[in-house]
Design a binder for this molecule. Sequence first.
Ligand code: ATP
Ligand code: MG
Length: 199
Amino acid sequence: MKLSTEEFRKALLKAAAELEQHKDELTDLDREIGDGDHGINMSRGFQAVQKELEAQEEYEDLGALSKQVGMTLIKTVGGASGPLYGTAFVKFAGAFKGKREVEGQELAAAFKEATDGIKMRGKSEFGQKTMVDIWTPFYEALEQESDLNATLDQALSDTKERVATKGRASYFGDATVGVQDPGALSSSLLLRSIVEVLS
Ligand SMILES: Nc1ncnc2c1ncn2[C@@H]1O[C@H](COP(=O)(O)OP(=O)(O)OP(=O)(O)O)[C@@H](O)[C@H]1O
Ligand SMILES: [Mg+2]
């Protein structure tokens, strides 16, 4: 699998459109097992990203693009998820520094670094019904060169049945079983948009 700077830019524009389309669904899920702001948070952040990407068509490399997106997300998303998504892109910026395209195990390693960044920032692990439950199997599938969309489908359905033990949703305890975690859904939308441009 290979990702170029132009493809990544395209994927992020697609992600912004997808998140906008799922804004109400994300907010409804967060109303059930959170405080009802996740769709609004993600929309605000990715609309800001979209505006910047539309204003600047050319980026020097994947690192410069990732850095700008990370900074924008940290500034605009808010909530718990803003710093987490922001950290993921700041980690991408480090892994992608000076590279116009990245492929294979190097690409997988960048997604692992982003996931480790989320886990460190959130003091969280796989299996707690958060976005980490999506990012973890995703980078593993990149490492193993297995089907990425099938992995995302499976990860979403697995995390839906878990009890939330991290973040605001953990206050809802057993009532979280059978409800999709909003951050898991937004992460799957973002990662699916990236899968679409991988070649
Ligand atoms: N510690 C954490 N580690 C990983 N992911 C987390 C953590 N806390 C929350 N999340 C993810 O963030 C999502 C919630 O994001 P949202 O934008 O709604 O922030 P929030 O929880 O409302 O923040 P706040 O409590 O600060 O208002 C959850 O669905 C979950 O996937
Ligand atoms: Mg919330």
